[in-house]
Design a protein around this ligand. Structure first.
Ligand code: PEP
Ligand code: MG
Length: 564
């Protein structure tokens, strides 16, 4: 048994088996088969293709139901790769003519495909090489450890298969123990497809609490520990492990006593969650009578139900950029319209802040083919990118304006630095509105607000107030930019404090400007979802907080006992 300490990134306790998100998790040696074994080997390979195809279809269906068509598309693409007749032909030839074992023949063929894609120009194709390798690992895992029963959906890398169990204990299997994704580094786009299946937890080498992958894990209710350094190197596929997303501890190969104590902790955590759920219908009021509005941060319409069940009074941040990821081109205006409309309708008149795509920083989009930046967090990110890509921005604005007819929507602009950018964005909003009206469509009035997440915006809040309908303080970035501490770098995580006096001074000043100018001020960074920090915000005068749905009642519990 070994214990590792990282950064607690998403609460809950996961006890499960490791699956590794890294190339070569299933090493393959060249292996030849006996003469006369060719047809049996081929049958073994085609049976694996069938199992994998079925698994990918199930993953696609689950993904489509839980997070939507766009995110599910990755599994459909992978299924098509499994069905590629060229792969079958090439592997068949190598098994029959060269008498190679299926594992080696298939690995060679798919690796060849991946290398060919990598040699082509464009980042999108290079990323597809990674998809080919994901499919290869999935096929390999089925070849190496064929399951009698179908494997649980979403139980492996990118929702893929479970690795060969190592250090297993009698009576314990992948069904008793959900898969825990172990990786040196994850992008938000890795967590999305992995998170929609039965993923139990996440243990990652890199990243801080406010990295987007961690935020997404919290949104999906997956216990996570990040900033574990070289941990992934120590783990074998299938190893039993515990992820404690409250204390930031990960235990590898726990002994029986440790396992039992974590099982108790997990049960206590579930009991606490049930107790908190009873608060969902109560209004959040401090003991001295301050009414606090609690809203949800979402990145997908499929999360609306969980938000409403937890008592969300609106959506204080809908992160649209996740719609733009894991695909070869941006979503069409129609697809965006349908997505925003679903959220607007489901929230039934409650206010929804739709944030225009916050692309860039740690959320690059390969298909934009932008030149690499030395400092992406200080580069073409958020509104800066939208203004540089007017066509993409126009489609998004048209989609939001049309969806506004189906509920109560507002436009929120990310990464605002100066007044000129807001004015330029409003010109685009007006142009989109005029276009729609000239096409005979109805467009209700839609408020336009900004994220205050760059220190310059907080310091110039007075000027910005003249241009906007609301402020939402993004403390994740405000903290990173004020303190010059990368939000995703575990090496400086100790310095990343949203309650640093400098950050609190900026928040106080924005709240003051909001009060003076009659502009609503909310906070939608992770700070709002941490009970003690939320209490600090309320003491500073913030009356609206937006957070992952899973945190709403935890924060409400703190507010109910708070005296300002
Ligand atoms: C923030 O910066 O606080 C925020 C809410 O936006 P994001 O985390 O998506 O950058
Ligand atoms: Mg931000």
């Amino acid at each position: 048994m070994r214990t590792f300490t990282g950064i607690a990134a998403s609460p809950g306790i996961a006890i499960g088996r490791a699956i590794l998100l890294r190339a070569g998790a299933y090493p393959v040696e060249r292996q030849e088969i006996q003469p006369g074994q060719e047809e049996a080997e081929l049958a073994r390979f085609t049976a694996t293709l069938a199992v994998t195809r079925e698994e990918l279809s199930r993953l696609y269906e689950t993904a489509r139901r839980r997070v939507g068509e766009a995110e599910a598309g990755i599994f459909e693409a992978h299924r098509l790769m499994v069905e590629d007749p060229e792969v079958l032909k090439a592997v068949t030839r190598r098994i029959r003519e060269e008498r190679l074992a299926a594992e080696y023949a298939m690995s060679e063929v798919m690796e060849g495909q991946a290398r060919a894609l990598e040699a082509l120009p464009g980042e999108y194709l290079r990323e597809r090489a990674q998809d080919v390798r994901d499919v290869k690992e999935r096929l390999l895992s089925h070849l190496i450890c064929p399951a009698e029963e179908p494997l649980p959906v979403g139980s492996g890398p990118m929702g893929g298969p479970v690795g060969e169990p190592v250090g297993g204990k009698p009576g314990m299997d992948a069904v008793d123990f959900p898969p825990i994704l172990v990786a040196a580094e994850v992008k938000p786009s890795d967590v999305l497809p992995a998170g929609i299946g039965a993923l139990g937890g996440l243990a990652v080498g890199r990243g801080g609490r406010a990295s987007h992958a961690a935020i997404l894990a919290a949104a999906l209710g997956i216990p996570a520990v990040v900033g574990l350094g070289m941990f992934a190197e120590e783990v074998s596929p299938g190893a039993l492990m515990v992820v404690d997303g409250m204390s930031g501890v990960v235990v590898l190969d726990p002994d029986a006593g440790t396992l039992a104590s974590y099982q108790e902790k997990a049960a206590a955590h579930r009991a606490k969650a049930r107790e908190l759920a009873t608060l969902a219908k109560l209004p959040a009021v401090t003991r001295d009578g301050n009414r606090i509005t609690l809203k949800a941060n979402l990145s997908n319409p499929a999360e609306v139900d969980a938000a409403l069940a937890a008592g969300a009074e609106g959506v204080g941040l809908f992160r649209t950029e996740f719609l733009f990821m894991d695909r070869p081109a941006p979503p069409s205006e129609e697809e965006q319209f349908q997505t925003y409309r679903r959220v607007a309708e489901a929230m039934a008149g409650r206010m929804v802040y739709i944030r225009t795509a916050d692309i860039g920083g740690d959320k690059p989009l390969p298909y934009l083919d932008l030149p690499p930046e030395d400092n992406p967090f200080l580069g073409l990110r958020g509104l800066r990118l939208s203004l540089a890509r007017p066509d993409m921005f126009k489609a998004q604005l048209r989609a939001i304006l049309q969806a506004a007819a189906h509920g109560n929507l507002a436009i929120m602009l990310p990464m605002v630095t100066e007044v000129g950018e807001v004015r330029a964005a409003k010109v685009e909003v007006d142009a989109a509105r005029r276009e729609l009206l000239s096409e005979g469509r109805t467009v209700p009035p839609v408020p336009v607000g900004i994220m205050v997440e760059v220190p310059a915006a907080a310091l110039a809040a007075d000027q910005l107030a003249a241009e906007v309908d609301f402020f939402s303080i993004g403390t994740n970035d405000l903290t990173q930019y004020t303190l010059a501490v990368d939000r995703g770098n575990e090496a400086v995580a100790r310095l990343y404090r949203s309650d640093h006096p400098a950050v609190l001074t900026l928040i106080t000043s924005v709240v003051r400007v909001g009060a003076e100018r009659g502009i609503p001020v909310s906070v939608c960074g992770e700070m709002a979802g941490a009970p003690e920090l939320a209490a600090t915000l309320v003491r500073l005068g913030v009356r609206e907080l937006s957070m992952s749905p899973g945190r709403l009642n935890l924060v409400k519990q703190a507010i109910l006992t708070l005296e300002v």
